[in-house]
Design a protein around this ligand. Structure first.
Ligand SMILES: CC(C)(COP(=O)(O)OP(=O)(O)OC[C@H]1O[C@@H](n2cnc3c(N)ncnc32)[C@H](O)[C@@H]1OP(=O)(O)O)[C@@H](O)C(=O)NCCC(=O)NCCS
Length: 159
């Protein structure tokens, strides 16, 4: 793990946590692809039981975050983001592995996710052991209404 990196877990809509996640959100996602969430969407999901947000910070500065929603023994990685200047240092992988650890502690047996086809995040998911499930045509609506396919991935944590 990168030196000085701190992971903080939030299970409610703590205002500073939401603000820090939004700081990373606006930097991390290219509006061309329509993947980023609005502050309202983020605050809304955090009111749902079984949802958690993990922030990666150094010296209180937010560098990345992961957002997961769980229902019974399954969960979904909703968002994973690292601010562009901090990429390629293992922060995304640290966040994702932490989410898997967190999920196992909650007796969750699988994690699902959707990712835009052609997103380099696919390399990270495959490295961790996620398996391709199927393609969803036109899942993301980007700028100017352009549609992008999503790929579904899943990891079985009992394997
Ligand atoms: C995807 C993302 C979170 C990765 O964060 P990161 O901190 O740069 O990733 P890491 O440094 O932990 O990389 C871990 C592994 O992922 C893979 N990887 C990450 N970025 C990659 C890239 N651009 N190209 C190829 N492989 C990549 C590599 O296998 C890497 O392992 P290695 O360094 O041993 O080769 C980051 O690029 C991001 O925020 N992207 C924009 C938001 C997004 O699209 N999120 C995913 C959909 S919600």
């Amino acid at each position: 793990m990168m030196s000085g990196l701190q992971l903080d877990l939030y299970e409610d809509g703590e205002r500073n946590a939401l603000a820090d996640a939004m700081t990373v959100m606006v930097e991390a996602f290219d509006p061309a692809f329509g993947e980023a969430w609005t502050p309202g969407q983020l605050a809304g999901i955090m009111t749902m039981p079984g949802t958690w947000l993990t922030l990666a910070r150094v010296d209180a500065m937010p560098l990345g975050f992961a957002l997961v929603r769980s229902v019974l023994d399954e969960c979904e990685l909703l968002l994973l983001a690292v601010a562009p200047p901090w990429r390629g240092r293992g922060i995304g992988e640290t966040l994702l592995r932490d989410c898997l650890t967190m999920a196992r502690r909650r007796n969750i047996v699988s994690m699902n996710l959707e990712v835009r086809a052609c997103n380099s995040a696919v390399h990270l998911y495959e490295k961790i052991g996620f398996e391709y499930v199927h393609r969803r045509p036109g899942y993301y609506r980007g700028k100017d209404g352009k549609l992008f396919d999503a790929l579904s991935f899943r990891i079985d944590m009992r394997a």
